[in-house]
Design a protein around this ligand. Structure first.
Ligand code: ARG
Length: 507
């Protein structure tokens, strides 16, 4: 490598340490300076009321949060939308079931486990009794028309579920604003009228109102034959609202891949009626694959039930907690006294980080097998490996100060930092740091966070090669090498942050 190349890399490292952050790519500056700050809507998480949030919603939540962070980092104005299923036909039967079996729901508020049981029972009654089915269907109409009693029961159901969702969001540092299906109830009729006035509605034999779009044999159903609205109707009203009222120029939907056709049809219909044009709007659906259990089948508990997300997260943290305690007991003799609170915080950061990273590090379209052992592995492409690698760099920096009196922060603030990248592995690390900007650009193109995972993993490998091959503490190059450790740690933290993973400074 020539001298010029080295100067160039040194400049890169210097910029990172003096700015305290890696240098953003040009495309991010352009977005930040864009006069028209009209934003992006990211529709993610979106679980269903009165049903347990399952591992598919976990995928949407994790990927969605990362996508939002990356778009925000690039200077976009991001509206994070939780399109919860709070308006489906399931409410008719649930309302009826509560009226009959749980009339005191006001005083004795059910919890999410009760709700799941109600749902099961109501469903079997719905399937068995024609009478129950009829009243349930009537309840849906009454609810949608604003009937007071139905609304009250519906509100309780929503509140109970919401509390459960919030617990998951709080643990995982997810921020998302609820704007569920019910919000669009009064916006659907005008949308149907608009399609109608443009001659785009075809009425099916039973009276259902449909819209056909190019390349799809089946239509979107804007109104069912019984006059009710469904998933398609709501999504058409929602996309119009997001384009016209929220002034979104980009909308990203994150759901399992089976909904791909649905969204392609929604996008095509929005184009056909003229709400979107390819030059000024971008519409994306990120369709992810399924999560399987270690047996290769759908991810279930041993008894065959859906795995509750809170339990899954608890398990990851508790395993991490055990492994940290084992590690810590080994280091007690060396004076490693870590408080209970710190262990817990670290176990949470690492446990949740591991679950997230295990998902984010692959192309979302792929299926994967959920394995605590693999995601919590200290070696290989896991959050655990990365978080350790990062903490190791920070621990070298702390030792430099404690044992050798070299204070990296003081070096940086005095502007006296002199960096040299003469060893092969120093140059290699400097070169890896340069790839950060390209990685962000790539991620903004296809919105796949795994590019950032690939980057930060390769960076950690380069960093560990550097610290094994080059003596840092006590060497003549100590100052320069500590600064290189710091630049790498800063860049790693930025990546963790974009992925929604909390970092720890020491483990
Ligand atoms: N509630 C849906 C589900 O559980 C996801 C909703 C996605 N967003 C949308 N606008 N359709 O599958």
């Amino acid at each position: 490598m020539s001298r010029i190349k080295e100067d160039y890399l040194v400049r890169g490292v210097n910029e990172i340490i003096t700015r305290g952050a890696p240098v953003k790519p040009k495309c991010c500056d352009a977005a930040a300076n864009d006069e028209d700050k009209s934003g992006v809507v990211v529709d993610f998480s979106s679980p269903n009321i009165a049903k347990e949030m399952h591992v598919g919603h976990l995928r949407s939540t994790i990927i969605g949060e990362a996508v939002c962070r990356i778009l925000e980092y690039s200077g976009k104005n991001v509206e994070r939308v939780n399109h919860v299923g709070d308006w489906g036909t399931q409410f008719g039967m649930l309302i009826q079931y509560l009226k009959e079996e749980y009339p005191h729901f006001h005083e004795d508020i059910p919890n999410i486990t009760d709700l799941t049981a109600f749902y099961k029972n109501a469903k079997s009654r719905f399937d068995e009794s024609a009478e129950f089915k009829k009243i349930s269907q009537l309840n849906v109409v009454k609810l949608q028309a604003g009937d007071e009693e139905c609304r009250k029961i519906w509100q309780v159901l929503c509140d109970v579920s919401r509390m459960e969702f919030e617990k998951v969001y709080a643990r995982l540092d997810i921020s998302v604003k609820e704007c569920g299906e019910s919000f669009y109830n009064d916006k659907i009729a005008p949308v149907i009228d608009e399609f109608d006035s443009r001659g785009m509605i075809s009425v099916e034999e039973g009276g259902a109102k449909c819209v056909f779009v190019p390349n799809f044999k089946i239509p979107l159903m804007l109104q069912k034959s019984d006059g009710g609205y469904g998933y398609d109707s709501t999504d058409m009203a929602a996309i119009k609202y997001r384009l016209n009222e929220l002034k979104a120029r980009q909308i990203v939907y994150i759901t399992d891949f089976t909904q791909g056709d649905h969204f392609q049809m929604v996008f095509a219909a929005a184009k056909k009626i003229g709400w979107v044009d390819d030059d000024s709007h971008r519409l994306d659906h990120i369709g992810f694959g399924t999560v399987q259990g270690e047996d290769g089948k759908r991810f279930k508990t041993r008894s065959g039930d859906t795995v509750r997300l809170v339990d899954l997260l608890d398990e990851a943290v508790s395993r991490m907690d055990t492994s940290l305690r084992e590690r810590n007991s080994g280091s007690e003799s060396k004076g490693g006294n870590v408080s209970e609170d710190e262990i817990h915080k670290t176990a949470c950061a690492m446990g949740y980080g591991a679950v997230k990273y295990f998902d984010l590090r692959r192309n979302p379209t792929s299926n994967y097998i959920f394995s605590y052992d693999r995601m919590l592995d200290t070696k290989g492409n896991t959050a655990i490996y990365l978080l350790y690698a990062h903490a190791r760099l920070e621990s070298i920096i702390s030792k430099g100060k404690a044992d050798f009196g070299v204070d990296v922060d003081a070096l940086i603030s005095d502007g006296k930092s002199k960096i040299a990248l003469s060893h092969k592995s120093e140059r290699n690390l400097g070169l890896h740091l340069e790839f950060f900007a390209d990685t962000i650009e790539e991620t903004l193109n296809d919105l796949y966070p795994y590019h950032i995972c690939d980057f930060v993993y390769a960076l950690s490998i380069a960093a560990s090669e550097f610290v094994t091959q080059c003596k840092v503490l006590g060497s003549p190059e100590m100052e320069s090498r500590l600064l290189l450790c710091r630049a790498t740690a800063i860049t790693m933290r930025q990546c963790f942050d974009l992925l929604g993973i909390r970092h720890v400074m020491r483990i």
